[in-house]
Design a protein around this ligand. Structure first.
Ligand SMILES: Nc1nc2c(ncn2[C@@H]2O[C@H](COP(=O)(O)OP(=O)(O)OP(=O)(O)O)[C@@H](O)[C@H]2O)c(=O)[nH]1
Ligand SMILES: [Mg+2]
Length: 249
């Protein structure tokens, strides 16, 4: 060890002083660059998006995440709710807790296009499904989810998605396994009909799954998981876990 230090010192003495300055400058620049790059990367990726059909419970979940209460009596949202806050469940934690920027995109079909504007900054997307009133909305839910899964930024950035079966406080709510299977079946049907129409004119639409195999969420390039929650009673731990996995503290 000592020999190595001596050899290094000798070698350094033999070098022209300019070389040493240049070497030192390179080390400093690289360090600054790495630190800046990390800061920029981090500051970009604390956005979590809530999307899903109207009435699925996004705004209720938004308030539950922020305030720990459901603010009884939400109405259909006409504008996205955007706020940056420390999750209510983490507010008591001492030390540094990273705030999360949560965007609640209204489910009304005319307001849905606003989703695309938020996607480039998204660290994760929570797709909220009404597990109570699921069957009549199954097709519409699958269509919206299909659109989300084939959006260019979701595919290219591999944005992780959690499908949240909400309203599980009611006994008649469907299980997450049932909802997952129904959505996979419905997306499988959509895949066949949509690729038949599109091939030529829609260029930025990505095809889903593996051709010739029934569609499953596990075939997506981004991580797609399924969870349960109740925005009304505050059972949102699975959503909080998803947020913490994707917005590092
Ligand atoms: N039982 C039950 N009802 C819920 C739950 N979450 C929301 N609701 C009810 O569902 C209705 C719609 O909730 P919102 O949060 O306004 O739905 P949204 O997804 O924001 O709807 P848009 O703003 O139209 O896109 C409200 O009457 C809520 O009280 C839940 O976990 N359980
Ligand atoms: Mg709303």
């Amino acid at each position: 060890m000592d020999e190595l230090v001596l050899e290094t010192q000798q070698w350094l003495r033999q070098q022209p002083v300019e070389n040493l300055y240049v070497g030192f400058a390179i080390v400093v620049f690289t360090t600054v660059f790495i630190v800046l790059f990390r800061c920029l990367k981090r500051s970009k990726s604390n956005t979590i998006i809530l999307a899903g059909l109207s009435s699925s419970g996004k705004t209720t979940l938004f308030y539950q995440l922020r305030d720990g209460s459901s603010h009884q009596g939400t109405v259909t949202s006409m504008e996205p709710n955007v706020d940056t806050f420390v999750l209510s469940s983490e507010a008591h934690k001492k030390g540094k807790v990273k705030p999360v920027r949560v965007v609640d995109v209204p489910g009304h079909s005319r307001l849905r296009p606003k989703l695309e504007g938020f996607l480039p900054q998204a660290a994760g997307l929570v797709f909220v499904v009404d597990a109570l009133d699921f069957l009549p909305n199954c097709r519409a839910t699958a269509e919206y989810l299909y659109d989300v899964l084939t959006m260019a930024s979701v595919v290219k950035k591999k944005i992780p998605i959690v499908i949240v079966c909400n309203k599980t406080d009611k006994v008649t709510a469907h299980s997450k396994e049932f909802i997952r299977k129904q959505l996979e079946k419905e997306i499988d049907k959509l895949r066949t009909s949509r690729t038949a129409v599109s091939t030529a004119d829609i260029t930025d639409e990505y095809t889903l799954g593996i051709p010739g195999q029934p569609f499953a969420f596990s075939q997506c390039h981004n991580k797609v998981s399924v969870a349960e929650a109740s925005g009304l009673t505050g059972e949102i731990s699975q959503i909080e876990q998803f947020i913490r996995e994707n917005v590092k503290a």
